[in-house]
Design a protein around this ligand. Structure first.
Ligand code: CUA
Length: 327
């Protein structure tokens, strides 16, 4: 909408125009009131200044019509802002079902990015155009904030939980990526770029070098064996842990109530297994806190997700001796 408007940064996502429109509306309304308020101040100061020592103004008893006017107009304006803002907020916080997932781990002072196909990058995020992309983000240390001005998206990245953000890039190019939350000495160096490519080009890039030859789900399947998860979470009847086949994205019954099996629930169950025990299971799982990195947890999540997806899930290789410290 404001492609070449000098006050707005370049816009390169489907949402950018909507965000700018609301912002423009807010600015226009503010400007309008600034003008009438200050104009009124000066006008009344001149018009009603005291002209002689003995001048007494006529008393005013009020005006219902005027009071209704200055109540109803601001009410309508603020309700428009509320409804418009809420609509935009919900659009921005609801990623489309078919979004591409990309995992982000923030740490002092860099962005670590993993693509499900296995590609990893630091301070650079490659994405295709015309494809909704959902970032699933967490922090290893303090609060950061992932900010791409050209896409008009910004989301805090917090230790201990996942936050997400989505966008659909509209034109190829290289855009700024910032950390927008003061996170220590080198906060201002925690910058990078988002590289938007045509979908075909992006596929080539994904399939290129340094994938490590392994998708995140495959790496997660390997971890699942190495860490011994597989010994309890097996598909045999009488297994000590719940079967994870098809679990992701569904509700699971607890002793009381139920919970959605999503990224946060899996993360919590790895680090604090007794928080939400699945019905008919006993609290026997030890915590893996301190034994697995945030990136390791994301790989396990990718593996558990793959167990719920159509087609071949990534195989967990057969149990092997647990290698301490390896993830
Ligand atoms: Cu990370 Cu500021």
């Amino acid at each position: 909408m404001f492609e070449n408007f000098p006050l707005f940064p370049e816009s390169a996502s489907t949402m950018a125009g909507d965000v700018d429109s609301l912002y423009f509306f807010l600015t226009a309304v503010s400007l309008f009131f600034v003008v009438i308020i200050f104009g009124g101040v000066f006008f009344f100061a001149l018009r009603y200044q005291r002209r002689s020592e003995s001048e007494r103004p006529r008393p005013i008893v009020g005006s219902l019509r005027l009071e209704l006017l200055w109540t109803i107009i601001p009410l309508i304006l603020s309700m428009i802002m509320f409804a418009w803002g809420a609509k935009l907020y919900f659009d921005l916080s609801t990623p489309p079902e078919d979004s591409l997932n990309v995992y982000v781990v923030g740490k002092q002072w860099m962005w670590k990015i993993q693509h499900p196909e296995g590609k990893r990058e630091i301070n650079t995020l490659h994405v295709p155009t015309a494809t909704p992309v959902r970032l699933i983000m967490t922090s290893e240390d303090v609060i950061h904030s992932f900010y791409i001005p050209a896409f008009r998206v910004k989301m805090d990245v917090l230790p201990g939980r996942y936050t997400s953000l989505w966008f659909e890039a509209t034109k190829p190019g290289r855009y700024h990526l910032f950390c927008a939350e003061y996170c220590g000495t080198s906060h201002s160096d925690m910058v990078g770029s988002v590289v938007v490519m045509a979908p075909g080009e992006f596929q080539n890039w994904l399939g290129g070098q340094d994938t490590g030859g392994q998708s995140m789900a495959e790496a997660g399947g390997q971890l699942f064996s190495q860490m011994g998860c597989i010994t309890c979470h097996s598909q045999e009847s009488g297994a000590r842990g719940p079967d994870l086949q098809g679990a992701f994205g569904n509700m699971v019954a607890l002793e009381t109530g139920e919970v959605l099996v999503d990224e946060d629930y899996i993360r919590e169950s790895i680090l604090n297994p007794n928080a939400k025990i699945v019905r008919n299971y006993r609290p026997v799982m030890p915590t893996y806190k301190g034994q697995i990195s945030e990136e390791g947890i994301l790989k396990l999540i990718a593996y558990i997700k793959s167990l719920s997806q159509e087609g071949e899930p990534a195989d967990a290789v057969q149990p092997v001796e647990r290698i301490p410290g390896q993830q």
